[in-house]
Design a protein around this ligand. Structure first.
Ligand code: NAD
Length: 433
């Protein structure tokens, strides 16, 4: 079994205590994750602060090259990292799984190298000249979730490094191993201290948000933790970037063709077994095409192989952890008790691991927990509507506002509805693109 450690100043550092990481598909031990002490977090932050002095002064070309080098390391170790990701996270190797995630990491890292940070001239007149310069902040603390652990880590790390900051990353306690190994590999192509990794339980994240020498926190995770991060970061007026939960609505307009659109809608809802922030989590379908839509989605769900992500042909894996599994079970049971109709799935699979089948729930409406809460699992409620204005109102009646989509043959009509969705990103005829 591989040996995992904290990564501080480009060295692997052992800890006094560790915790076990189990494969969510089999229950087998994948590895032991180190638990960083407060002193070890301080060492990691100090290493990043020392490295900042020279990294912030490095040329643009040097930092661009670092992004390309990171992409190169990911490419060279793709097979190892994707296998570890599948064993730890549960997603399949193929399809929209681990290799897809590693591909996203490489693309993102490489793309950062193509961006320039030009000085922006805001005013240039006879009497004054105003320039906007982008300056690095210092040590950036990155805190990541367990659903797309490597891609979200790369989304945090690479822009920070590209712009001259240094980083201490803390992965989710559910999926720390892939990130520790990835940082170990990447740190070899960076100067010591530019990228460091610590792991442990949730309290480690809290120590980071309160740390006086971390200048910014980039956090991806749930809304409830995001609120705690924001409150704690206020202690030294840290800058924050928060990417939080979602309960995305998709609206099928009356003229949409369910047969044509079903594969894309299915992908938008069930990507990573629904454990994706910007997945379709509520599907509003016009009465006139409701039954065809249910039938088209059911055919795809029943033909999609669920299993151990390392097995050939598997397209959907288990839920990642017990907490999430129990949550999904509870939401579906509540929907059943309220009279919703289960088209397929609807009860845990009888096998080891956190397996829940692909589940479609019809004849369900707003006011049910499965519709109102973020299920974050392989379950899609399909909600009937007869008036588009009403569908928009219901889509917007949510405390979440991440993204949404509208589906139709009439692009202009769909665009007009999409503009009324109260969310950060609204797509037409696609989701989470
Ligand atoms: P979570 O909020 O439970 O945990 C996220 C991270 O925060 C973990 O590393 C955890 O250890 C850490 N943490 C926990 N308590 C903390 C505290 N008090 N202070 C600082 N850090 C703390 O989220 P999760 O269950 O890992 O991830 C699922 C959630 O993330 C879902 O809501 C999902 O929608 C969201 N998510 C959002 C995006 C996005 O880009 N918007 C992407 C992926 C996931």
């Amino acid at each position: 079994m591989a040996d995992y450690g904290l990564i501080i100043d480009n060295c692997k550092v052992a800890t006094a205590t560790t915790f076990d990481i189990f494969n969510p598909a089999t229950g087998e031990l994948v590895g032991k994750a180190p638990i960083a002490s407060g002193e070890q977090l301080d060492l990691a932050v100090a290493a990043a602060a020392r490295a900042f002095e020279s990294w912030s002064a490095a040329s643009e070309e040097r930092r661009k090259q670092a992004c390309l080098d990171i992409a190169g390391v990911l490419q060279a170790h793709m097979a190892e990292l994707s296998r570890l990701l599948t064993m730890e996270q549960g997603k399949p190797l193929k399809g929209m799984g681990s290799e897809f995630e590693l591909g996203g990491c490489m693309a993102w890292a490489g793309a950062q190298a193509s961006f320039d940070l030009p000085v922006k001239i805001i005013e240039d007149t006879d009497s004054s000249r105003v320039e906007l310069h982008r300056k690095p902040l210092g040590v950036v603390g990155s805190i990541t979730p367990w659903n797309w652990p490597l891609m979200i880590a790369i989304w945090h790390i690479v822009p920070a490094i590209r712009t001259g900051n240094t980083v201490v990353i803390k992965p989710s306690p559910y999926t720390p191993l892939g990130t520790l190994r990835m940082v170990e590999l990447i740190s070899q192509v960076l100067p010591p201290g530019v990228l460091n990794a610590v792991s442990g339980h949730d309290e480690l994240g809290q120590w980071m948000t309160a740390h006086g020498d971390i200048k910014k926190i980039v956090f991806t995770g749930s809304c409830s933790t995001g609120k705690k991060v924001m409150a704690s970061a206020a202690g030294n007026l840290k800058r924050i970037t928060l990417e939080l939960g979602g309960n995305d609505a998709a609206i099928l307009l009356p003229d949409a063709d369910p047969q044509v659109l079903a594969p894309r809608i299915f992908g938008g809802a069930f990507i990573n077994s629904g454990q994706t922030c910007a997945a379709i989590k509520r599907l509003y379908v016009h009465d006139s095409i409701y039954d065809q839509t249910c039938a088209a989605l059911q055919a795809i769900a029943e033909a999609t192989p669920v299993g151990n992500g390392l097995d050939e042909g598997v397209m959907m894996g288990p839920l990642q952890n017990r907490m999430q599994f129990d949550k999904v079970v509870g939401l579906v049971e509540d929907a059943k008790a309220r009279g919703a109709r289960i088209l397929c799935g609807g009860a845990p699979l009888e096998r080891p691991g956190f397996f829940y089948p692909l589940t479609l729930v019809a004849d369900i409406s707003d006011g049910t927990r499965l519709v109102d809460e973020e299920q974050f699992g392989p379950v899609l409620p399909i909600i009937r509507y007869s008036d588009v204005d009403d569908a928009v109102r219901r889509a917007n009646a949510s405390e979440f506002g991440l993204s949404g989509s509208v589906w139709s043959n009439d692009l202009e009509a769909a665009k007009a509805v999409a503009q009324r969705l109260e969310c950060g990103t609204a797509w037409v005829n696609k989701h989470a693109a």
